[in-house]
Design a protein around this ligand. Structure first.
Ligand SMILES: [Zn+2]
Length: 393
């Protein structure tokens, strides 16, 4: 039995905006290369084929740590999404790995890097298998206005997830780093905006009323008004590829989203400083080591901060001398948190797929140690949550 209710649908329009002040070097586009894109800083060191070879050799020779996923790891709960656009607080729900669903008090609903498949790899058949269940299906999320993607690696961009979202939410708009639009169009998704680092756009969601026979769920919003937001594509230190022949042909980025007074920073997937191979037991965060740090995060903080909430990667870092240029560890994550001027943060990029050698529950432990070193409280500032759990700010 359905009752007649007024359902408010929103039409989303995107306007490019004149870029606000940005660092001097932003206009030089030094991250553009002949064949695609590059990390233009001393903090970058290539982690390409040599690293893959080394990782394979470590496995073959038994030198690699093989994380145990047999016992209980990260608890998974069924997410509780708000049934309408009414929200008083900024609300963040972890959907595993880098996927976060953000409910802004303005009514805006944003999904970052959704991958809700069993495997992260080509055709959903190759690549690592989840050790924690997906907390929901893409079609379980009641409202999605914008899907925001950091880069095209399989653990951040899934064909099955994005096409399922586009089918259920035909008004949903996809925001991607430069060079990724064609892939979406090839998937049949036309509502896509691609941005270069430091470029921004403004979105407006305008209510359009529609009489429909449904139970009073989903779009109810008694006094519907326009919802506005500004999205900024920002730098981070990473690479891209979906196959053997498209290395760094599309850009990677972090994102800032500001909607009616609340600001979120999504760091995506990033390294911070390149660590060389150190003797066993040495701590690369010992002050005697001064590896160069990626300057982009201080610029993000200076020109776009502060943020109410940062979503910052804490996993996929071991061994450090292989992965550090592209994946920070929890100590790097706290540095990024401070550089970008986030008031609060939640850890992403862990607890879902085994991508590297650290034990699966090590990232939150190392995060506690790092917070202590920075003189920050272990709880309540930069936290980790259960998969499917929501936090309000
Ligand atoms: Zn990646």
């Amino acid at each position: 039995m359905g009752s007649t209710t007024t359902q408010i649908l929103y039409a989303l329009t995107v306007a490019t905006t004149p870029t606000r002040p940005a660092p001097e070097d932003a206009s030089k586009k030094s991250h553009h290369s002949k064949s695609g894109f590059r990390n233009p800083w001393d903090s970058w060191r290539d982690v390409s084929f040599k690293s893959v070879g080394e990782v394979m050799m470590r496995r073959l020779t038994g030198k690699a740590n093989v994380p145990d996923t047999s016992g209980p790891t990260v608890p998974v709960r069924t997410p509780e999404f708000l049934p309408s656009r009414d929200t008083t607080q900024l609300r963040a729900t972890w959907l595993g790995h880098a996927a976060y669903y953000i409910e802004f008090p303005s009514g805006l609903r944003v999904l970052f890097d959704p991958v809700l498949e069993e495997r992260c790899g080509p055709y959903n058949m190759l690549g690592p298998k989840r050790f924690t269940d997906a907390p929901c299906k893409p079609t379980d999320i009641p409202l999605i206005d914008a899907v925001v993607i950091s880069h095209n690696h399989y653990d951040h961009l899934s064909y099955h997830t994005v096409t399922a979202i586009a089918k259920k939410h035909p008004n949903c708009h996809f925001f991607v780093p430069l060079g990724n639009k064609t892939w979406f169009e090839q998937c049949g998704i036309q509502k896509v905006t691609e941005l270069d680092w430091w470029e921004e756009c403004d979105i407006t969601l305008s209510p359009t009323t529609k009489e429909t026979k449904v139970e009073a769920v989903g779009e109810g919003h008694p006094e519907a008004s326009e919802i506005t937001a500004r999205l900024s594509s920002l730098p981070c230190q990473h690479v891209s590829a979906r196959g053997p022949f498209d290395r760094n042909k599309t850009l990677w980025c972090s994102w800032a989203i500001e909607s009616e007074g609340k600001k979120v920073y999504f760091a995506g997937d990033t390294g911070y400083r390149p660590v060389t191979e150190l003797p066993e037991g040495e701590d690369d965060h010992d002050p005697k080591y001064d590896f160069p740090v990626c300057p982009a995060f201080k610029q993000v903080g200076e020109f776009r901060g502060p943020f109410d909430l940062g979503l910052i990667p804490i996993g996929a870092y071991a061994p450090r001398h292989v992965w550090s240029p592209a994946h920070g560890d929890p100590h790097d994550a706290v540095s990024i948190f401070q550089d970008t001027k986030c008031k609060n943060a939640l850890g992403i990029h862990w607890g879902t797929w085994v991508l590297t050698e650290e034990d699966v529950l090590e990232p939150p432990e190392k995060l506690k140690t790092a917070l202590k070193r920075f003189g920050l409280p272990e709880k309540g500032v930069f936290d980790v949550v259960d998969i499917g759990e929501s936090r309000e700010y």
